[in-house]
Design a protein around this ligand. Structure first.
Ligand SMILES: [Zn+2]
Length: 364
């Protein structure tokens, strides 16, 4: 939507079941369609909330790339999160607090509009009747879903908006990653309290705790990945033992070589010069459609090259803008390694895990 990749977190699929279950326990005559509509209302309110954050973020020069919606909050991934490093710390925390407040304000405004609309239509919707959030009364639920979202998001549990404000305050004296870690550990503690308090008070608290827990995990993982992307150089992950093809190879020879390799993509090399790239799929497709021919005629001659010292994020950008799967790494015009999408995904997960282990060791 509007150039932003919108995804639903798995917990969003638990929500309709959860609503149905609480509805059924309360009345023994749960209405599935209405329960689904209530889940839809909550989704729309969370969407509006996140949309507010993203519009505000755009004004600060951050480009939203993807958003993962959970039933209470969203985790937004921005294209240039590094821009915040370049900014002075004083600006960063002020901006974060402003960005965080936009979401709850959007929900308060929506609740206000809905109350006004309900009052104007004079349909006699009892706004103050318990339970506030109930599938049997959708207009009232729309008001309360917004009010709940505004209030709950101010809980100081990162990555809820209240937690973001807390992190912004920590970041005045701590480095951003340390501030985030402190905010995440407070958040996990709050989530645990909510999860265990739920059965003794209101089961919705358990749901909130579970969502906070998942959201914090998502956010932390995104941060670890970002730091891997920025700090790891291509020479640390590139494949140095790889198969190459020659432009003079026939496609059948090429396929034969491809069978003996784990690679999906191959650099095409003449002497010590890199002249093209070709994928296993391309070889197969051409063989099927046109029969045998030469690699020379089918290979992709336009490709990006990188150097050893480039960061993974720069490699990812090159791969995605060219829509290709392989980047040759060259040194003095000589091919010294290759980085493939497959290989990047693989090493990213491993590196993220090893960073986490190192960090945990350093902390204990
Ligand atoms: Zn928010």
């Amino acid at each position: 939507m509007f150039g932003v990749d919108v995804r639903l977190h798995l917990t969003f699929f638990l929500l309709p079941m959860f609503i149905f279950w609480t509805d059924y326990n309360a009345h023994h005559n749960a209405n599935g369609t209405r329960d689904l509509a209530l889940a839809g209302i909550i989704l729309a309110c969370v969407g509006a909330h996140e949309w507010g954050h993203m519009l505000a973020a755009r004004r600060f020069g951050l480009i939203p790339k993807a958003v993962i919606l959970l039933p209470l909050t969203g985790v937004t991934l921005y294209d240039e999160p590094r821009a915040e490093k370049a900014q002075p710390a004083t600006l960063f925390w002020k901006r974060e607090i402003r960005l965080a407040l936009v979401g709850p304000l959007v929900n308060l405004a929506l609740a206000g509009f809905t109350i006004a609309a309900i009052t104007a239509s004079a349909r006699g919707t009892e706004l103050w009747k318990w339970p506030f959030l109930q599938a049997a009364n959708l207009p009232r639920s729309l008001v309360w879903a917004n009010l709940y979202l505004a209030i709950l998001n101010l809980i100081p549990a990162y990555p809820l908006d209240g937690g973001r404000i807390l992190r912004a305050v920590f970041s005045r004296t701590l480095e951003l990653s340390a501030a985030t870690r402190r905010a995440v550990s407070i958040s996990t503690a709050i989530a645990m309290v909510l999860i265990f308090a739920g059965p003794f008070s209101d089961i919705w608290l358990t749901m909130v705790g579970v969502i906070v827990f998942f959201a914090a995990q998502l956010e932390e993982r995104a941060l670890v990945f970002q730091s891997v992307l920025d700090n790891v150089r291509l020479e640390e992950v590139m494949l140095t033992d790889f198969a190459t093809l020659s432009p003079a190879d026939t496609l059948e020879d090429a396929l034969e070589k491809a069978v003996h390799s784990l690679q999906d993509d191959f650099p095409v090399v003449r002497g010590s010069d890199m002249v093209g790239v070709i994928s296993r799929q391309r070889i197969l497709d051409t063989l099927r459609a046109e029969g045998n021919g030469y690699v020379q005629a089918v290979m992709n001659k336009i490709f990006e090259v990188s150097v050893r010292q480039e960061s993974l994020s720069s490699a990812f950008r090159k791969l995605t803008t060219r829509n290709s799967n392989i980047i040759p790494v060259v040194e003095d015009q000589r091919l010294v390694g290759i980085v493939t999408l497959q290989n990047l995904m693989h090493s990213m997960a491993l590196l993220a895990e090893s960073r986490k282990l190192q960090r945990d060791e350093a902390e204990s």
